[in-house]
Write a protein that binds this ligand. Structure first.
Ligand code: MF3
Ligand code: CO
Length: 255
């Protein structure tokens, strides 16, 4: 069942989105050469506490163990759900996706950005940019009267144009009182299919693209999703509100 948020819930979703965005923004600025992914996660956790938000990923149930950190930090060939580590330090040329999902006054804001550390090659720079464009193109389809497949197709078309791989096993999702609500939002599929979008739906749209094969596996830690061929992956995400006219991005940092 896809929930339609009331006017009051939308106010709360806006607030949750703004807080999630503020934390992601600050973590993105903190991410630099020599910083461990553990320190980056702690920095995010401290900001959550300061702002009155709770991590939605910490202790999230998994197949093997609950998720152990306050954000997901995935470097290079890690696609999503990377676990912060005291022994992994960001280095020049890395790309690191920082995924921040928080509860704030009972509602979830969920957003992700892939940050370039130091200098990245032209090829990598373009890869990250195309994923961001794909997200924007997907978001642009999130208006009442369109269908989920229109979002999926817009993302797929842009990724395919640039010959990037698209993850099959992980998808975007509805978001609200829970981090994961209906519907699922694949990053591929035919337009004009799937559930009809209605004003008041709140969705987390999140393209996950690869520079090579789209095949992935889950590492021994039970969480980290990595590309089978070791090539780079990129992930970006916004929580948005469907309206009649144009989608409203809820995870914008309104300084
Ligand atoms: N923000 C991620 C998502 O979009 C978080 C999932 S990680 C988990 O689903 F640990 F919480 F599962
Ligand atoms: Co999400």
């Amino acid at each position: 069942m896809i929930t339609i948020k009331t006017a009051e819930e939308i106010v709360k979703m806006r607030a949750a989105g703004a807080v999630a965005a503020k934390i992601l923004n600050a973590m993105s600025e903190y991410a630099d050469v020599g910083v461990s992914t553990y320190d980056l996660d702690c920095f995010g956790r401290d900001l959550m506490v300061e702002l009155g938000a709770q991590s939605a990923t910490f202790k999230y149930p998994g197949r093997v163990t609950p998720y152990p950190a306050y954000s997901c930090i995935s470097i290079n060939d890690e696609v999503v759900h990377g676990i912060p580590s005291k022994t992994v330090f960001l280095k020049d040329g890395d790309i690191v996706s920082i995924d921040v999902a928080v509860f704030y006054n009972g509602y979830v804001g969920d957003n992700t950005r892939t940050v370039r550390i130091g200098n990245v090659s032209k090829e990598v720079d373009q890869f990250v940019r195309v994923a961001e464009e794909a997200l924007d193109l997907g978001i642009a389809q999130a208006v009442a009267g369109n269908r989920i497949g229109d979002i999926s197709h817009a993302i797929e078309a842009h990724a395919k144009k640039h010959r990037y791989g698209i993850l099959r096993d992980f998808v975007g999702h509805g978001v609200g009182k829970n981090m994961h609500e209906d519907p699922q939002i694949p990053n591929f599929g035919p337009p004009k299919t799937g559930p009809m979008l209605k004003s008041g739906m709140t969705l987390a749209i999140e393209p996950m693209l690869t520079l090579g094969s789209e095949k992935v596996f889950i590492a021994d830690d039970g969480w980290t999703v990595k590309t089978v061929d070791g090539k780079l992956a990129v992930h970006c995400e916004h929580t948005i509100l469907v309206t009649e006219i144009s989608p409203e991005v809820l995870t914008l940092d309104k300084k």
